[in-house]
Design a protein around this ligand. Structure first.
Ligand SMILES: [Zn+2]
Ligand SMILES: [Zn+2]
Length: 106
């Protein structure tokens, strides 16, 4: 059998990517498997695309943004609750002060 790219050369093996037979010049061994030049380019493009756009990275960023938005929405609510607690404490202290002042003068 002859190589697809080189009709004068005998095939050395089959590409694991496309299954076509190629000669020694056309095949490259990666991790003990034969790849043709076309499949190496496709493999490289696939790897660089996955590195440039990791599928798991975007949902995590969206979740972080949602958590930040929830925290920002909850914060003012907590502040108003604390403000109410402090106001009640001040009123109670003022009432106790008035009672204590009134008792000391009668
Ligand atoms: Zn191939
Ligand atoms: Zn060849």
């Amino acid at each position: 059998m002859k190589c697809q790219n080189h009709p004068d050369k005998e095939v050395k093996g089959a590409c694991v990517g496309c299954g076509n037979f190629f000669c020694e010049d056309c095949l490259t061994q990666i991790h003990g498997k034969n790849y043709c030049k076309k499949c190496i380019v496709e493999l490289a493009e696939k790897t660089t695309q996955e590195r440039a756009n990791p599928p798991a990275a975007q949902p995590i960023i969206i979740q972080q943004n949602q958590q930040q938005q929830q925290q920002q929405q909850q914060k003012p609510k907590k502040d108003s609750e604390w403000g109410t607690v402090i106001l009640v404490c001040c009123i109670l202290l003022f009432i106790f002060f008035l009672i204590g002042w009134g008792m000391s003068h009668h």
